[in-house]
Ligand binder design. Structure first.
Ligand code: F6P
Length: 192
């Protein structure tokens, strides 16, 4: 592919108090991001063709809703499933599931939430996405923090142990471009 653009969904109602997972709608700031996105993407891509991939969760679909490109939803792009901790804040996880909280801090890549997933599980379920992605031209992928950490690490050859700590900020588009020398990455932050 020539360029792959990545973005997290706009700020969600759960992001406001750092709640895990769920299927929340965008916050008012998240909606502003969805409104700013068409202008930014046009600036980055001109009139080149682009395909939009989102997850099946409301917050990514809403974030892409103002864009005019052909689109596809992938369940494999849904956020890491936090199992019994879905919908909780990090403080609530620490209070209600102290052992899990400690185990996660020990090995964040391997730790699997009870009834949910680990980062390793997400890497595995992304395999078909990556295979299809290799065959595509320009793509915009609107997904989630943990999933984008895995995709980013794949392209930039980042060690699995470091992957769960990568910084993927909200309201920022990352543009990966392939040159003769490898993968070049630029980031564009939208001020809301
Ligand atoms: O807080 C937003 C979020 O996307 C959660 O839904 C998800 O569980 C979490 O980030 C993943 O980040 P971390 O693995 O650092 O908890």
């Amino acid at each position: 592919p020539r360029s792959i653009l990545f973005s997290r969904h706009g700020e969600s109602l759960y992001n406001l108090d750092q709640r895990l997972g769920g299927d929340p709608a965008l916050s008012p700031n998240g909606e502003k991001y969805s409104e700013a996105l068409p202008g930014l993407i046009e600036k980055l891509m001109g009139d080149q063709e682009l395909t939009l991939w989102t997850s099946t969760l409301k917050r990514t679909i809403q974030t892409g809703s103002k864009l005019k490109y052909p689109r596809l939803q992938w369940k494999a792009l849904d956020e890491l499933d936090a199992g019994v901790c879905e919908g909780l804040t990090y403080e609530e996880v620490e209070e209600r599931h102290p052992e899990e909280y400690a185990m996660r801090n020990e090995n964040k890549f391997e730790f699997r939430y009870r009834g949910g997933e680990s980062y390793r599980d997400v890497v595995l379920r992304l395999e078909p996405v990556i295979m299809e992605l290799e065959r595509q031209q320009n793509l915009l992928i609107i997904s989630h923090q943990a999933v984008l950490r895995c995709l980013y690490a794949y392209f930039l050859n980042i060690d699995p142990q470091d992957l769960p700590y990568l910084k993927i900020p909200l309201h920022t588009v990352m543009k990966l471009t392939w040159t003769a020398y490898g993968c070049d990455i630029q980031t564009y932050k939208v001020d809301i």
